[in-house]
Design a protein around this ligand. Structure first.
Ligand code: TYM
Length: 355
């Protein structure tokens, strides 16, 4: 992107119950990108603190997400895999960005509104500034591409706004220090320090919906376990949940357009397409006119074929927490070198005295 070296960064919160949405919206893309990019994948344990998790559960979930990354096919030797809190520069840059982001920008974040609910006065300040930390995660490596699900789009727009404001506010100093990289901002060619990161959201399942309600996102926090396929589910549970998934009585349409206004059907077709690495058009070409009594078993077989080996591998890896901790330690050491190089320059740009 412009003059920046292409670099992929993404993060997943260790908040328990990794599910099919996390896999199709994010982790599967992480695996695919490792062949063409340098990639940094982070278990964002500082973000998890915004909802005050139990400490022992937080450590378990941090290891579990790491195991899921590796089980899904991420190579921790080739890529950097680590937990966020090990690299202190994330928190340092987040503070800098808290002073760049405007209250108005943060107040507009739909995820904050959803998570804070009606009792906003009682939400943690951390939940409010969550997106500044997310921008810091990405920009402390000056990452150019971020694979995420559709629900993170707004946070990535905010990340660009923060980068742009930082670049503008400090343009003279960035130029004086020769720290900038030539890039386009709108129609203008400028020397910016931070890239305007691009989200990678496309694919047939950017937003996987609940299996019980096609209007609701599949989520870790849904009280109904039937609403989601967990990455740790065994073959029987996967099949059962797909069999019980809510649908309407009509057969699948023979045109893609026929899925409009049928959110449950559209969701299952999207899941099938993503798991089969194909398009929704192709799934409709194969199953159009068929009843769910035919489609659901085919989807269940496919889901079991793709997901059960990941669950088994997660169990195998999780049995060796020493290995997982080693991966995170080594990843953290490698990440810190890059993050500190960025922060050294940031401190100079903004006027913090250091070595
Ligand atoms: P988190 O932990 O909620 O989710 C991890 C990833 O899974 C995607 N995802 C989904 N995709 C499709 N359908 C769904 N139902 C679904 N549910 C979740 C999310 O979009 C995400 O890509 N704020 C982030 C974590 C984060 C981060 C970052 C991401 C922190 N720093 C820097 C990218 C870059 C989050 O809460 O994701």
């Amino acid at each position: 992107m412009n003059g920046f070296n292409p670099l992929v960064f993404s993060g997943v919160q260790p908040t328990g119950n990794l599910h099919l949405g996390n896999y199709l919206g994010a982790i599967r893309k992480f695996v695919a990108l490792q062949d063409s990019y340098d990639c940094i994948y982070c278990v964002v344990d500082l973000h998890a603190l915004t909802i005050a998790p139990d400490p022992v559960e937080l450590m378990r979930a941090t290891r579990e997400v790491t195991a899921a990354f590796i089980a899904a096919g991420i190579d921790p030797k080739k890529n950097i895999v680590f937990n966020q809190s090990r690299v202190k520069q994330h928190a340092e840059l987040a503070w800098v960005f808290n002073c760049v982001a405007r209250m108005g920008w943060l107040s507009r974040m739909t995820q904050f509104k959803e998570k804070a609910g009606k009792d906003r006065e009682n939400a943690s300040a951390g939940l409010f500034v969550y997106p500044s930390l997310m921008a810091a995660d990405i920009l402390v490596y000056r990452a150019t591409h971020v694979p995420v699900g559709d629900d993170q789009k707004q946070h990535l727009e905010l990340t660009r706004d923060i980068a742009q404001k930082f670049n503008n506010d400090h343009s003279t100093r960035i130029a004086d220090l020769g720290a900038g990289v030539e890039m386009m901002m709108g129609d203008e060619k400028v020397n910016g320090f931070f890239p305007l990161t691009e989200p990678l959201i496309e694919g047939p399942a950017p937003r996987v919906m609940s299996l019980r309600d096609g209007q609701k996102k599949m989520s870790k926090s849904d009280p109904s376990d039937l609403s989601r396929i967990n990455l740790t589910d065994d073959a029987d549970s996967i099949s059962k949940k797909i069999r019980k998934a809510k649908t309407d009585p009509a057969p699948l349409p023979s045109e893609l357009d026929g899925l409009k206004e049928r959110p449950e059907a559209e969701n299952l077709v999207g899941i099938y397409a993503a798991l089969a690495d194909t398009t929704k058009e192709k799934v409709i070409a194969d199953f159009g006119g068929q009843q769910f009594s035919v489609f659901k078993p085919a989807l269940a077989d496919l889901a079991v074929e793709k997901l059960a080996p990941i669950a088994a591998e997660m169990r195998r890896i999780s049995a060796d927490p020493g290995y997982i901790d080693g991966v995170l330690r080594e990843g953290g050491e490698r990440a810190e070198i890059q993050a500190e190089a960025t922060m050294k320059t940031v401190r100079e740009i903004i006027g913090l005295l250091g070595d």
